[in-house]
Design a protein around this ligand. Sequence first.
Ligand code: AMP
Ligand code: ZN
Length: 469
Amino acid sequence: MQIYNTMSKKKEEFVPIEPGKVRMYVCGPTVYNLIHIGNARPMIFFDTVRRYMTYKGLEVNYVSNFTDVDDKIIKKANEEGVSSEEISKRYIEECKKDMASMNILPATTHPLATQEIDGMLDMIDTLIKKDYAYPAVDGTVYYRTRKFMDYGKLSHKNLDDLRSGERQLKVSGQDQKDDPLDFVLWKPKKEGEPFWKSPWCDGRPGWHIECSVMSKKYLGEQIDIHGGGEDLVFPHHENEIAQSEACSGKAFANYWMHNAFLNINNHKMSKSAGNFFTVRDITEKYDGQVLRFFMLTAHYRTPLNFSDELMESSKTGYERIVTCVSNLTYLLEGDRAAQITDEEKEQIKEALVYRRNFENAMDDDFNTADAISAIFDLVRYTNSKVSEDSSREFLETLKNEIVSLADILGLIVERKEELGDEEIEKLIEERQAARKNKDFARADEIRNQLLDMGIILEDTREGVKWKKA
Ligand code: AMP
Ligand code: ZN
């Protein structure tokens, strides 16, 4: 399996630290609003990486955080006159619903920054003891960027170039830093902000330290893969490397993977410019599966442009697979010859080539675009070979082949039998009872079972509501 590493700017053979196991950390969203479709790109892509690695027999420990303390969360809380905690809790719940609608599996762990403050205090303390960090007079703790000799190795930036850029910036607190390049690890509280006690001042952590600490706690000092959108390469990931490696004295992550941006009508999508869509906006119009399909039609390192036209063609493409599978289901419902013919056996051998093409594409730095083409080729082949005369085994084998390849990409292409409203309500009641008994595993199982049938649950103040995707 070849992975493009942002650090070396090359594709490299993937060799995990511990044979058979993968430790992967992906920076998650800041939760102050419904997630937008740009945020969905890394979520869908890294979920697909995880699914493919699992398919290859690797055990993936996948950690993705929620940043639940941040200026934007505080601003939103003040606007609404509620606590930051209420805002972050609300949008974590909403984010989880969006993830489910796009068939994104929950990570092994979704840590919250606010629950990991002790680890952050420890890491900052270690960095101060090693002289990689220092507190300023007002209690702000800064990282001593120049002391970390490898600074810039991920983003391929040169410290002196950075320095000349920094000089033109008027950054607050600049005068109390030893060097303009130093960045914040801990900052003093302001009026009306959440804060924690620390040896330096009452305050809160900087953003970069959060990920270094959560990655270390849940995956260890050295990990296989660290991922996120390409905007995070600098400074976020560069700073994470500086913190983690200065602290442990070891290489932090072996493979750095970054997805390119999702644009809208060829313009950068940005919340401030108002040209963005939330996942919710889109899934009201399209099945979450179509959105997932759309994201996977491009290689993750190429920018992807979002438009109605492309969504419509994704819908057509996705439905082509679904239709092929339902035709097979329909044929299987009738009386079919039990005995597979020699000709059919040969054809099945031929059909297996598409799985090889699929794997070759995925092994080549997760080329999901070519993997989808391999599924289309298989669909075309299937349509050309099956008929009323096909044997049961032949039909079943081809159907399983299509369904299982799509499933590796997290695409559900088999329409399950529709449930009646009453049966849905019954399952929802059972889920509520399970939650009451703190049997969250069963509750999640029911949610997923319903999701598989295209039914999305929403926990509202008035109780549980459901809708068809
Ligand atoms: P944020 O909430 O801004 O920290 O973003 C969460 C994740 O979404 C990060 O990995 C970002 O790099 C990624 N991201 C944000 N906007 C986009 C976009 N337009 N296209 C692709 N990825 C994005
Ligand atoms: Zn991060």
